[in-house]
Design a protein around this ligand. Structure first.
Ligand SMILES: [Zn+2]
Ligand SMILES: [Zn+2]
Length: 129
């Protein structure tokens, strides 16, 4: 039987990697996806998607903020093995992700393509730009 969303989008990513874990629904912004592929090319290492699209229930379950860009297919949480998280942040910044959350302890970045001014935060603290 076919597995839903088992579709290779690029040589780097398949659609199921972005689906909501509870309902397998998925929304994926082309702009977010283009930037993610760009980041993947630049760092030349596999990018693991911890969280892509989330339905409302899932977002609530994981403690996401109510207006989370994950609900719109405009955000991903990622990690890269054996790669300095801060370097990843610098690359993501360069590539033009507008929202960047830096989660040092859990070793992942939140990346989104929100409109408007750039916002970079570490925990609950704004750190820049
Ligand atoms: Zn769901
Ligand atoms: Zn996130």
């Amino acid at each position: 039987m076919d597995i839903i969303n088992d579709i290779e989008l690029t040589e780097y990513f398949s659609l199921y990697e972005f689906e909501c874990p509870c309902c397998k629904r998925v929304m994926l912004s082309p702009d977010l996806f283009a930037r993610l592929n760009h980041l993947r090319m630049v760092i030349n290492r596999p990018i693991y998607i911890n969280s892509g699209y989330r339905c409302k229930e899932e977002n609530h379950r994981v403690g996401g903020v109510p207006g989370s860009y994950h609900l719109l297919g405009m955000a991903v949480d990622i990690h890269v093995k054996d790669f300095l998280l801060y370097d990843l942040l610098l690359y993501a910044h360069e590539i033009g992700f507008n929202g960047i959350g830096y989660y040092e302890k859990k070793n992942f970045l939140h990346l989104d393509i929100r409109p408007g001014p750039k916002r970079v935060w570490k925990g609950s603290k704004l750190i820049g730009y």
